[in-house]
Design a protein around this ligand. Structure first.
Ligand code: ADP
Length: 658
């Protein structure tokens, strides 16, 4: 905004600029020629319904606000002569500052950039996405050349006039007495859209009714369509009694209707409305809890990850109602943060209506509802895993990583969370397994759940540290989500079996039979005798690499690779260390352990060399190269990249040129 100065008394008309992001957004909106323009009406109705909800809540504390008002309603008036469509509500309204702030800026930075990306990637065809970004009002410029907003905040005396062509900014001034009469109850908002030439079909009653039925039928506030023939009809009626006006939507809270009277489409449409999203939910759950605490919940799990799932500013999106009065959708305590993707409503019978939002945060009833809602969601997800494998797989793919945050955040629900957790494993890197199934497949004698963590299943599958396990038929879980490192710090076991990282501590796998005696690697291992000079080589490695490793030792976990790095028993797991380095600028105070494979030909050759002459350059260079190799496999940065390149070139030269 270029001009935000305030004046105490009467304010003349002021011209203001939109924030840059709004300009960018409007450019996208007005040029989105091929998108579904019907959504503009849904967005404006949704804003009006919210405004009514908000005033109803405020009036609980201050009944004067609605003393002389009609029941809450939204009125749509198409005018063919002027080609305008008016959307009027008697909700909370906006004062001058709110008009400027709400209709001249974008609440969250970065939104325009995201929409631009969608546009550039050709995904802007369906502008129905717009509501998801909290910028629904601007959709009105898809169908109008000019938008006028007349608004008065409930409790204020002044009515404001806001006008924009969506291109050059907006003007704002006090409304004239005539304009003020457009607000039937003296408060609320009336929006007048000057329709574009190619959008006049939105003035047709049938078209409006069809859009309302499609998108806004479940809006709890009645929506009236001004019937141009109403006056004639009244005159015709014999007793001259005006007929009671009927809303064009059902205007009743969907969740209060019996489940068997609600169609799948109605549920879906409701989900779209409250979630501002447009996918098909993977899970819909509607139930009423009775007993000590009574509430009705209607919850949805989206099939797509919301764009801001990891945005720290993201609010939990459940809407809390008390006895059908909307209270808040900003309540952190009604849903655990690790279920922040769940959408829907909770309507409580037990909370007092006049409770403040602050009091709600600590209210014990809210905590009990949260516990009930969490159990129900987890049970439903578990049920889905049995009834609809594909649906469950999609859900887990989208939200598994977030749900796992609950393993350390909500101990009381840990058992149920574990039940739905799935992990990739060395057995089948394509299909994730449950922990229960993993345990059932454990060979005799295995009492530990082995895992390795890293960025992706494919590279983990080729980690040297798992070779010894795989060759013995021991399955290793592949932990690929960053969050795994965090819950594994806190959760030590499942079903009495300890979690053990294969990249940490000393492992002894001797007690397990080799998987298959015809297996090549196993044969190779058994045929190759160990070299007596290994100890000398270990000493050379220790001296040469003392800056990077705490010590070197022979490995039990390697079969194919010559070396690998592991963390010492009490140290921080290798991948965790990298995560901490990136996320928390962590400086490790413990160096890793270098393990060597005494049965590997290369190691045996080096051991022979170590016996001959511990000081020879070739041996020292080889030690460094082995270290470099171990780091590369690990995905860790090399301490001396230039040195590595030189050593590598040196060896290649020798290999190729003799
Ligand atoms: P969103 O509704 O997702 O926040 P919008 O761009 O549709 O985004 O609206 C921006 C803001 O303008 C709303 O959050 C609300 O505060 C205000 N607003 C819009 N329409 C109305 C209305 N009819 N009555 C009161 N406030 C409104």
């Amino acid at each position: 905004m270029t001009n935000t100065q305030k004046k105490e008394t009467e304010q003349p008309e002021e011209k203001m600029q939109f924030e840059t992001d709004v300009f960018r957004l409007l450019d996208i909106v007005t040029n989105a020629l091929y998108s579904n323009r019907d959504v503009f009406l849904r967005e404006l109705i949704s804003n009006s319904a919210d405004a009514c909800d908000r005033l109803r809540y405020e009036a609980l504390k201050n009944p004067k606000l609605t003393e002389n008002s009609k029941p809450f309603h939204i009125r749509l008036t198409p005018e063919n002569t002027n080609t305008t469509l008016t959307i009027a509500d008697n909700g909370i309204g906006m004062n001058r500052e709110e008009l400027i702030e709400n209709l001249g800026t974008i609440a969250r930075s970065g939104t325009a950039a995201i929409l631009e990306n969608l546009k550039n990637s050709g995904q802007d065809k369906d502008m129905s996405l717009i509501g998801q970004f909290g910028v629904g009002f601007y959709a009105s410029f898809m169908v109008s050349t000019k938008v006028i907003v007349i608004s008065s905040k409930a409790g204020d005396d002044t009515t404001w006039y806001w006008e924009s062509d969506g291109q050059t900014g907006f003007t704002i001034r006090e409304a004239t007495p005539d304009e003020s009469t457009l607000l039937a109850d003296g408060h609320g908002t009336t929006i007048i859209l000057d329709m574009k030439g190619d959008a006049i079909d939105y003035l047709l009653e049938d078209k409006i009714t069809q859009i309302v039925l499609e998108y806004s039928d479940h809006v709890e506030i009645p929506i009236f369509l001004d019937d141009k023939h109403a006056a004639e009809k009244t005159n015709d009626s014999k007793d001259n009694e005006p007929e009671e006006e009927k809303p064009i939507n059902a205007a009743s809270a969907l969740w209060t209707r019996p489940k068997d009277t609600i169609t799948k489409d109605q549920y879906k449409e409701f989900y779209h409305h409250i979630g501002n999203v447009f996918d098909e939910p993977v899970l819909t759950s509607h139930w009423t809890a009775e007993g000590k605490i009574e509430y009705t919940a209607l919850l949805f799990i989206p099939s797509l990850r919301p764009w801001d799932l990891y945005d720290p500013e993201r609010k939990n999106a459940l809407r809390l109602y008390v006895k059908r009065v909307f209270i808040s959708d900003q309540l952190d305590t009604i849903l655990y943060p690790w279920l922040r993707f769940v959408r829907g409503i909770v309507d409580s019978q037990d909370l007092p209506l006049n409770i403040s939002r602050e009091m709600l945060q600590t209210n014990p009833v809210v905590h009990k509802i949260r516990s009930g809602v969490t159990k129900k969601i987890l049970n439903e997800i578990d049920k889905l895993s049995r009834d609809d494998e594909a649906g469950f797989a999609a859900l887990w793919h989208q939200f598994g990583a977030v749900i796992k945050e609950g393993l350390y955040d909500a101990i009381e629900h840990r058992e149920k969370i574990f039940k739905i957790c799935r992990f990739f494993t060395t057995n089948d890197p394509e299909k994730p397994t449950s922990l229960q199934d993993y345990i059932e497949r454990m060979p005799e004698g295995q009492d530990t759940i082995y895992y390795i963590s890293g960025d992706n299943a494919k590279s983990l599958r080729s980690s040297p540290q798992i070779e010894g396990f795989v060759s013995r038929g021991i399955e290793v879980l592949l932990m690929t989500d960053t969050v795994d490192e965090f819950w594994l710090q806190q959760v030590k076991e499942f079903d009495g079996k300890k979690f053990q990282s294969v990249t940490k501590g000393n492992v002894n796998l001797d007690s397990f039979d080799k998987k298959d005696s015809t297996d090549d690697t196993t044969k190779k291992e058994e045929e190759t005798p160990t070299n007596a000079n290994i100890d000398t080589l270990l000493r050379v490695l220790q001296t040469e690499l003392s800056d990077h490793i705490s010590f070197a030792r022979p490995s039990k976990r390697l079969t194919d690779s010559p070396v690998c790095l592991v963390a010492d028993e009490g140290g921080v797991d290798m991948h965790m260390e990298q995560v901490l380095k990136i996320q928390q600028k962590y400086e490790p105070n413990q160096k890793p352990v270098l393990e060597i494979n005494p049965k590997h030909k290369l190691i045996q050759k080096l051991a022979d060399m170590a016996k001959e002459d511990q000081e020879q350059e070739l041996l020292k260079d080889s030690a460094k190269l082995l270290m470099d190799q171990a780091l590369i496999i690990q995905g860790a940065p090399l301490p001396d990249r230039g040195g590595f390149a030189k050593r590598m070139a040196n060896f290649m030269e020798k290999g190729l040129l003799g």
